[in-house]
Design a protein around this ligand. Structure first.
Ligand code: HAM
Length: 436
C-alpha cells in the first residue's frame, strides 16, 4: 500500500520516515479520546440497563449472504462497500452494520421462543469501504440497540427517546431528530412504482449518483443532498397520504403522538428514506450541524419483515445505531466534560525511597486509586513539572527524611498545601481527598 509521503516525513520530531501507516480510512483512537469514548460507553450502559436492554456481542465475521439478504443486493453498502473474505468454500464479510447479525443471533439462540420482546444493545467495530472524509471511515464503531417482538408504536417512541436521552446524558446538545415513515412493504412497493413513473422523464436533470440509483433504489433520489435534485423532488409535492395504507398512516400518527407525550422534540422529514432495504414504517436520523457533510450522528427505524426474511416468524422490530467516532467529534467540539478520575503522582527521591515507593504505588492501585510515577529519578522540580503536565491533583513526595519518620508528604496541587501523612494511612488519606 502506498505511503502518504507528507505524513510519513513531516512530523517535526521525526528523524526517520515512517515505514508503516494506518490503513486508509482507519484511525487510531489515542488515550485521551479513548477516555471520552469509554465515558460515553459507560453512560450509555447505565441507560440501556435502565430501559431494560441487555448486551449482545456478535462476531465481526458473518456470512456474506446474511448481509445481502438483510440490507438488499441493490443497496449501496452491499454493492460498493463490503469487505469480503474468501476462505476455501466460505464467503465471509466484515460486518458493515450490526442489525443483521443481531437478528441472526436472536434466531440461532431461540430468543423468539423464549421472550415475547427481546431488547439488545451493542458496541463494536463496523467496516465499510467508503471514500474516507471527515466523519466517514472504513472502520468505525457503532453503539446501538435492537428491540425485537412488537409492532406497538409505543416501542418506537421508547427507542427514539432512548437515543435522545443518551445524547443528553453524554452532554451533546443542538442535535435534531428527523423522522419519517416508509409504510409497510406493500406501501413501499406502490410508492416506488409511483416515483419511477414521476421521475423517469426528469431523470436527465438529476445528478449522476441519482441517475445510477434510479433503478437500484429509487427512494434514494428523495434524500439526495444536491440542491438541484432537491428542487425537483420538492416540486413533486409528495404527500404521505398518497402512498400509506390506513394501518401505516395510523401507526405513524401514534408514534408522533407518543413522542409528544413524553416530550421528545422531533422534525417530520419526508427526505429520510434510509439506504438499507430492511426498513419499513418508522425511520429516523439524528443529525448535528457541526459534523458538516456527514451530519448523521445516528439513525434507525423499524424493520418489521427482517426476522421473517431471515427464517423466523414475522415479528415487529426497531433499533438504531450511533456512529461512535461522530459522537466523539461532536463531544470534542462542544467540550463535553469527561468524568476523569483524579490522578495521584508519586515522587521518590533516592534509592531507598524508590523501593518503598513501589510498594506504596502498588497499594494505591490495589485500592483503585489512579496513581502513577515515572521511574526517571528526576529532581524534585523536574518531577513536579511532570506531575503538572499529567494533570495530577495530588502529589506524594517520599524522600530520605520522610522515609526515616515513616511518613510521606501529601501535596494538593491546586491549593499548594502540603502535610505529612503516615505511610500506613496514605491509601485511606488519598481515598478521602480525591474524587474518583
Ligand atoms: P447507518 O445509518 O448505516 O445505520 O449507520 C448508523 C450510523 O453509523 C450513522 O448515522 C453514522 O453516524 C455512522 N456511520 C455510518 N457509516 C459510517 C462511516 N463510514 N464512518 C463513520 N461513521 C459511520 C445502520 O447501520 C443501521 N444498522 C442502524 C439500525 C439499527 N437500524 C435499525 N437498527
Amino acid at each position: 500500500m502506498a505511503l502518504d509521503i507528507a505524513k510519513a516525513t513531516s512530523h517535526p520530531f521525526r528523524k526517520m520516515p515512517l515505514l508503516f501507516q494506518s490503513v486508509r480510512g482507519t484511525k487510531d483512537i489515542l488515550p485521551n479520546d479513548a477516555e471520552i469514548l469509554h465515558d460515553i460507553e459507560s453512560q450509555a450502559r447505565i441507560l440501556f440497563s435502565a430501559y431494560g436492554y441487555g448486551e449482545i456481542i456478535t462476531p465481526i465475521l458473518e456470512e456474506r449472504d446474511l448481509f445481502i439478504r438483510s440490507l438488499g443486493k441493490d443497496s449501496e453498502v452491499i454493492n460498493k462497500q463490503m469487505f469480503i473474505i474468501e476462505r476455501g468454500q466460505d464467503l465471509l464479510a466484515l460486518r458493515p452494520e450490526a442489525t443483521a447479525g443481531v437478528i441472526r443471533a436472536y434466531l440461532e439462540n431461540n430468543f423468539n421462543h423464549i421472550d415475547a420482546l427481546s431488547k439488545f444493545y451493542y458496541f463494536g467495530p463496523m467496516f465499510r469501504a467508503e471514500r474516507p472524509q471527515k466523519g466517514r471511515l472504513r472502520q468505525f464503531n457503532h453503539l446501538g440497540v435492537e428491540a425485537i417482538g412488537s409492532l406497538n408504536p409505543l416501542l418506537d417512541a421508547e427507542v427514539i427517546s432512548l437515543a435522545d436521552t443518551i445524547l443528553r446524558k453524554i452532554g451533546i446538545s443542538g442535535f435534531k431528530i428527523k423522522i419519517n415513515t416508509l409504510g409497510c412493504a406493500n406501501d413501499k412497493k406502490k410508492f416506488g412504482e409511483k416515483l419511477r413513473i414521476l421521475l423517469k422523464s426528469k431523470l436527465s436533470l438529476f445528478c449522476s449518483d441519482c441517475q445510477e440509483r434510479f433503478n437500484r433504489n429509487v427512494f434514494r433520489l428523495i434524500d439526495c443532498k444536491n440542491a438541484s435534485c432537491r428542487n425537483i423532488i420538492a416540486g413533486l409535492k409528495l404527500k404521505r397520504q398518497d402512498y400509506l395504507c390506513k394501518d401505516c398512516f395510523e401507526h405513524f400518527a401514534a408514534v408522533l403522538e407518543n413522542l409528544k407525550n413524553i416530550g421528545i422534540e422531533y422534525e417530520e422529514s419526508p427526505q429520510i428514506v434510509r439506504g438499507l432495504d430492511y426498513y419499513t414504517r418508522t425511520v429516523f436520523e439524528i443529525t448535528h450541524s457541526s459534523l458538516g457533510a456527514q451530519d448523521a450522528l445516528g439513525a434507525g427505524g423499524r424493520y418489521d419483515n427482517l426476522v421473517a426474511e431471515l427464517g423466523g416468524a414475522p415479528s415487529g422490530a426497531i433499533g438504531f445505531a450511533f456512529g461512535v467516532e461522530r459522537l466523539l467529534l461532536v463531544s470534542k467540539c462542544q467540550s463535553v466534560k469527561v468524568s476523569k478520575k483524579d490522578l495521584v503522582f508519586l515522587i521518590t527521591l533516592g534509592k531507598e525511597a524508590e523501593k518503598e515507593g513501589v510498594k506504596l504505588l502498588h497499594n494505591l492501585r490495589q485500592a483503585g486509586i489512579k496513581s502513577d510515577t515515572d521511574y526517571e529519578n528526576r529532581s524534585l522540580k523536574g518531577a513536579m513539572r511532570r506531575a503538572n503536565d499529567l494533570g495530577a491533583k495530588h502529589v506524594l513526595i517520599l524522600g530520605e527524611n520522610e522515609l526515616k519518620k515513616n511518613m510521606v508528604m501529601l501535596k494538593d496541587m491546586k491549593s499548594g498545601e502540603q502535610r505529612e501523612v503516615k505511610i500506613e494511612n496514605i491509601v485511606y488519606e488519598c481515598q478521602r481527598v480525591i474524587v474518583s
